[in-house]
Design a protein around this ligand. Structure first.
Ligand code: KG4
Ligand code: ZN
Length: 344
């Protein structure tokens, strides 16, 4: 075992940091229910998430999603032993809806509250995978807002090894997908198009490739794609698929390589992945094959636990300080990640 104090009994977790309204009922490592209402269709016409629209939509959806999560779990609200919510980082208006809702529910039901770091959630998604991953391990978070490597010897206090110096991996994927005429979010569409192309067709610059550092950079590859698209306005369908495959490879290749390098450097025997980009089949393949070659174990959450969800917030709540009733009433949402990485 590598945890000390599990939350006792089933509890409700809420996630509203970006454009997914999510609620889950968790009991230990068991997911009793997990409901995600995505706003992607609403934001797609703007080419990205519009913060004010996201917040308004959370407001209209959060209670419905919570009711659905309780119904799926077959438990009443009064049966929740605690409440957990994403407190940071994220869009402030969006976070506020979840935090206010969780505070109100916890207060009314006289229960404790767990104020969870969203990025710890992405790390802890692996903890919900069928095979329990024991510490120490190196974790890769690759999402729309963050790209980070952490050394995890204690889930309550991951140590940041490196992060992106410009765009997040998911951001570069979404912007690239947009340049190729695909919708928002671009990840799944880019992956589908890339599957029909040749990843070696075009040599995109690899972000900080070759240097043994743990940071990432995706701005260069994105700009390079812009030049290709401008230079070839009438590219054929096959050329477009080749460019998509090459672009995807230039992003997920360094993610896999740096993760595996960091694991070797820190002499750990396992790696984990989380965040929306960890749903990418090519990244999963590169990490799985590379880990097998290096004798590393891999904890890979199923795809629906990679993209934003509340089950991962429930998992992270087990490693988050408990705030007793009613001490959390002054608690607020925080848009930023703390300078050192995870808020604990
Ligand atoms: O973790 P997430 O759901 O939200 C944030 O916390 O940001 O990540 C969303 C990101 C988006 O950029 C989306 O395009 C990307 O994850 N994504 C993917 C795939 N599915 C989602 N990227 C590549 N391949 C996918 N299959
Ligand atoms: Zn996320």
């Amino acid at each position: 075992m590598w945890w000390t104090a599990m939350i006792d009994g089933p509890f409700l977790a809420i996630e509203t940091s970006c454009d997914e309204t999510a609620a889950a009922v968790i009991n230990g490592r068991d997911i009793l229910s997990s409901v995600v209402a995505s706003q992607a269709d609403i934001h797609t016409r703007y080419g990205g998430v519009v913060p004010e629209i996201a917040a308004r939509h959370h407001l209209g959806t959060v209670n419905v999603v919570i009711a659905a999560a309780l119904e799926e779990a077959g438990l009443p609200m009064s049966g929740m032993s605690a409440f957990a919510v994403t407190q940071r980082p994220g869009l402030i208006g969006a976070l506020l809806i979840g935090v206010s809702t969780a505070k109100a529910l916890a207060y009314v039901h006289r229960r404790p509250l767990y104020c969870v770091d969203h990025l710890l959630g992405h790390i802890c998604a692996s903890w919900l995978a069928p095979t329990l991953l024991e510490t120490p391990f190196v974790s890769l978070i690759a999402s729309g807002g963050h790209t980070r490597l952490d050394l995890v010897t204690d889930l309550a206090a991951p140590v940041v090894l490196g992060s992106t110096i410009d765009d997040a991996a998911g951001e570069a994927i979404d912007k690239g997908a947009r340049l190729l005429g695909l919708g928002y979010p671009g990840g799944p569409a880019l992956e589908a198009l890339a599957a029909q192309g040749d990843p070696s067709a075009h040599a995109f610059p690899i972000g900080l490739g070759g240097k043994r550092v743990r940071d990432f950079s995706f701005a260069g590859v994105k700009t390079s794609l812009l030049y290709v698209v401008r230079a070839e306005p009438d590219m054929s369908d096959q050329r477009r698929a080749d460019i998509a495959a090459s672009y995807q490879e230039a992003i997920v290749g360094p993610l896999a390589a740096r993760l595996l390098d960091a694991a070797r450097e820190h002499r750990v025997s396992a790696v984990s992945m989380g965040g929306g980009v960890a749903a990418n089949g090519r990244l999963r393949q590169l990490v799985t094959e590379g880990a097998a070659r290096s004798g590393l174990r891999v904890a890979m959450p199923p795809r629906d636990l990679c993209t934003d969800n509340a089950a991962m917030i429930g998992a992270a709540a087990h490693f988050t300080p408990r705030v007793e009733w009613p001490d959390y009433l002054h608690t607020d949402a925080v848009p930023t990640a703390p300078p050192g990485g995870i808020a604990v």
